[in-house]
Ligand binder design. Structure first.
Ligand code: ADP
Ligand code: ZN
Length: 608
C-alpha cells in the first residue's frame, strides 16, 4: 500500500492550491467547450447514414482527417462520422458531386479549439512545478498513482475481440512465424507447460528495420492466441523525472498479470534498453532505473506466475544492454528481415485485396521491381497506386499507376533504406554465391550451409548462413583453413567475375584474419611451430622480431586461402554463374535448393 510520508509536498498548501485551481479551470473550460460544441450542432452519425446521405446528394462538403470525416449538409447542418479511411470512397464522393478535402485541421481553428489547448498547457506547467517540488523530498519510486497518473503506464490495451490480425495477415516471414508458434501455444495453454515445470521463453526480441512487420507479427501472436495485447513504445517510459519510468513499468506488468495470459509489446525497446551507464554522473539515471525495473519484472515471471509474454521490437539489437538478452529475459531472438522476392509478392497480394486491380497487373513483376522495399513500403505502394487511379477517375488500378506509385515511394525512401541498384545486386549475388560455393567445394567439414540471401539485413548487404553441425569440442587445422577460404570466397568471386574489390568484404576479412591469427598464436598451427604467443595486460610476451614473424605467418595463411578460394571458384565457374544467377532471381535460397540447382550431393548432416 502507498505510504503517506510526512512532509509530502502534496500536503503543503502552495502547489496543492495551484493544482486544484488548475483542475477547476480545465474542468470549466471543458464544459464550456462541450456546450459550444452542442450549440454548433455537430451531429455524430453512423457511417452508413453518411453513405446514404451522399447517395441522396444531401452532402455539400466533407473534410477527411484520418478516419474522421467532418461535413456540412446542403441544408447547412453539420455532422461527423468515423470511417475506415480508404481511397476507394473518394470516387464515390466525386460521383455524387460532394466537395471534399483531405488532411489538415478537422473543422475550423476556432477559439474553442485553442482555449482547451491553452488550459492543458497551463495544467502541464502546474504539473511540472508540483513534480519539481516533489523530487526534493521524494525522489525514489514516486510512482503507482502517487503523483496523479504519472506513474501509470501509457500502454494501450487491446482486448482479443478487437485484434483482427492473425498469422494469415502476415505475408512471407515464414521463419519468424514458425518461431513465434511456440509462444502462441504457450499463451493458449500455459498450464500445460507450467504443470511440467518447463521454463518457457517469456521474452521475444523482434529485430529488423522499420516497416517490416514487427508490430504486425506481435499483434498476430495476440490474435492467434486470442489474448489481450498491451502496446507501448520504449520512449513512453522516458520522462525527466527519476522513478516515473520505473513506476510505469511496474504498473504495466501489474496490469498485464491481471489480464494474464496476455502480451506486452514494447516497440523501440532501445529507448530504455541501451547499455546502462552505471549511474555515475550523466543524465541517464532515469533510463537505468527504468531498465532495472523491466529486468526485475521479467525475472519475477518464474516465481510470481502470470502467463505474460513480453515481445519487444528494435532495429538496433547491437546497442541493447546485454543483461536484457540473458536467459529468462529476451532469450528468443527473431529476425524480421526485408522481404525477399516471394515474400514481396505475397505482401502485395495481401494488400491488393482491398483495392480494385486491373487484370493486366502482374504482382510478381511488381515484386521483381521493388528490391529493398519493406512491407510498409509495399503497402504504401498499393495505396499510392490506388490514389493515382482515383484521381484519374479510373475504375481500376492499372500497371501504369503502379509504375508511377513506385517512383513516388522510391523518392520518399531516398537513400534511407538500401534500395539496391541492379549492379549492386549482381555483385552481391556473386559475392554470396562465392561464399556458399567455396563452403560446398572444400572437402573438410565446415558448418553446413543453411541458407543464402542477398536481401539486406542490418548493415550487411547479403548473408550466407551456416548452422553449426554438431557440438564441437575440437576443430582441426584443415577445418579452420576451410572456414577461412569460405570467408574469403565472397571477395574471390568479385575479383574473378568483375575484376574489382569492394568494401563489402570488410567483415569477412575481419573474421578470416581472426581465425588465422588464432591458428598462429594460440593453436600452434603455423610454420612458427607449437608455441603460444599471447598478449597479456597489453604487454607483448614476445619480442618485436617475433611480432613480425607472426604477421608474416598470418599473412601467408590469408594469401594461400585467398588463392585457394579463387582457384576453386575458377575451376567451377559454371556453378558460380548458375548460383549467382539463381540468387539474383530468387534472392533467398535454402541449402536444399542450392544442392538441387548445382547437382551437389548434400553432406551427411551430423546430429549430436
Ligand atoms: P514495424 O513494426 O516492423 O516497423 P509494422 O508492423 O508497423 O512494421 O508494419 C507496417 C505496415 O506494413 C503494416 O501495418 C502492414 O500494412 C505492412 N506490412 C509490413 N510487413 C508486412 C507483411 N509481412 N505482410 C503484410 N503486411 C506487412
Ligand atoms: Zn561476405
Amino acid at each position: 500500500m502507498k505510504k503517506k510520508r510526512p512532509g509530502n509536498p502534496f500536503m503543503s498548501s502552495g502547489p496543492r492550491n495551484l493544482f486544484i485551481a488548475t483542475i477547476i479551470l480545465v474542468g470549466s473550460l471543458a464544459i464550456l467547450y462541450r456546450l459550444t460544441d452542442y450549440s454548433r450542432h455537430i451531429q455524430s452519425i453512423a457511417y452508413s447514414t453518411f453513405l446514404d446521405k451522399v447517395e441522396r446528394s444531401q452532402v455539400k462538403h466533407v473534410q477527411i482527417a484520418g478516419s474522421e470525416i467532418y461535413g456540412v449538409l446542403k441544408d447547412g447542418s453539420r455532422f461527423e462520422t468515423i470511417a475506415p479511411a480508404h481511397p476507394q470512397e473518394w470516387n464515390f464522393l466525386r460521383s455524387h458531386q460532394v466537395e471534399f478535402s483531405i488532411g489538415g485541421q478537422a473543422g475550423q481553428l476556432s477559439i474553442w479549439y485553442i482555449l482547451p489547448l491553452i488550459s492543458v498547457l497551463i495544467a502541464l506547467a502546474a504539473l511540472w512545478y508540483v513534480m519539481r517540488q516533489a523530487r526534493g523530498s521524494n525522489n525514489s519510486n514516486s510512482g503507482g498513482g502517487n503523483i496523479f497518473s504519472m506513474g501509470k503506464s501509457r500502454a494501450r490495451l487491446f482486448m482479443p475481440s478487437t485484434i483482427k490480425e492473425t498469422f494469415n495477415s502476415v505475408a512471407g516471414a515464414a521463419e519468424a512465424k514458425e518461431e513465434l508458434q511456440d509462444v502462441v501455444d504457450f499463451l493458449k495453454n500455459p498450464e500445460k507447460y507450467e504443470r511440467l515445470g518447463a521454463k518457457m521463453t517469456r521474452g521475444v526480441l523482434l529485430v529488423g528495420a522499420p516497416g517490416n512487420g514487427k508490430t504486425l507479427l506481435a499483434r498476430a501472436v495476440a490474435g492467434e492466441a486470442n489474448c489481450p495485447f498491451f502496446s507501448v513504445s520504449g520512449s513512453d517510459f522516458i520522462e525527466v523525472f527519476v522513478g516515473v519510468g520505473a513506476a510505469r513499468v511496474r504498473d504495466l506488468f501489474a496490469q498485464a498479470r491481471k489480464y494474464s495470459p496476455s502480451i506486452i509489446f514494447i516497440d523501440e525497446i532501445d529507448a530504455i534498453g541501451r547499455q546502462r551507464t552505471g549511474g555515475i554522473g550523466g543524465g541517464h539515471e532515469e533510463r537505468d532505473q527504468t531498465l532495472n525495473q523491466l529486468l526485475t519484472e521479467m525475472d519475477g515471471f518464474q516465481t510470481t506466475g502470470g502467463s505474460v509474454i513480453v515481445i519487444a521490437a528494435t532495429n538496433r539489437a547491437d546497442v541493447l544492454d546485454i543483461a536484457l538478452l540473458r536467459p529468462g529475459r529476451f532469450d528468443k531472438r527473431v529476425e524480421v528481415p526485408y522481404p525477399d522476392l516471394a515474400s514481396r509478392e505475397e505482401i502485395l497480394g495481401v494488400h491488393a485485396r482491398s483495392v480494385k486491380i486491373a487484370t493486366d497487373v502482374d504482382l510478381k513483376k511488381i515484386a521483381r521491381g521493388t528490391p529493398g522495399f519493406s512491407g510498409a513500403d509495399l503497402a504504401n505502394l498499393i495505396n499510392e497506386a490506388a490514389i493515382i487511379a482515383s484521381k484519374n477517375n479510373q475504375a481500376e488500378v492499372t500497371t501504369k499507376d503502379f509504375e508511377e506509385a513506385r517512383d513516388k515511394v522510391l523518392l520518399g525512401k531516398e537513400i534511407k533504406t538500401i534500395a539496391l541498384t541492379e549492379e549492386d545486386r549482381k555483385i552481391t549475388s556473386y559475392h554470396e554465391a562465392g561464399h556458399a560455393l567455396v563452403r560446398l567445394l572444400v572437402p573438410e567439414h565446415t558448418d553446413p550451409l543453411h541458407k543464402v540471401t542477398i536481401i539486406p539485413r542490418g548493415r550487411a548487404l547479403g548473408v550466407t548462413h551456416s548452422l553449426p553441425e554438431r557440438e564441437k569440442y575440437t576443430t582441426t587445422k584443415e577445418e579452420m583453413l576451410a572456414s577461412i577460404a569460405a570467408a574469403l570466397g565472397g571477395r574471390a568471386a568479385e575479383e574473378l567475375v568483375f575484376g574489382i574489390e569492394t568494401t563489402g568484404a570488410y567483415s569477412d576479412l575481419v573474421a578470416a584474419t581472426e581465425i588465422a591469427r588464432k591458428m598462429v598464436c594460440l593453436y600452434g598451427m603455423s610454420y612458427l611451430g607449437p608455441i603460444i604467443y599471447t598478449q597479456r595486460h597489453g604487454e607483448f610476451e614476445y619480442s618485436e622480431r617475433t611480432a613480425e614473424k607472426i604477421d608474416e605467418a598470418v599473412y601467408r595463411i590469408m594469401e594461400d586461402s585467398a588463392k585457394r578460394a579463387r582457384d576453386l571458384l575458377d575451376a567451377h565457374r559454371d556453378k558460380l554463374d548458375a548460383l549467382a544467377q539463381a540468387l539474383l532471381e530468387r534472392e533467398t535460397m535454402f541449402a536444399s535448393e542450392i544442392y538441387e540447382l548445382l547437382g551437389i550431393e548434400p553432406r551427411v548432416e551430423h546430429r549430436f
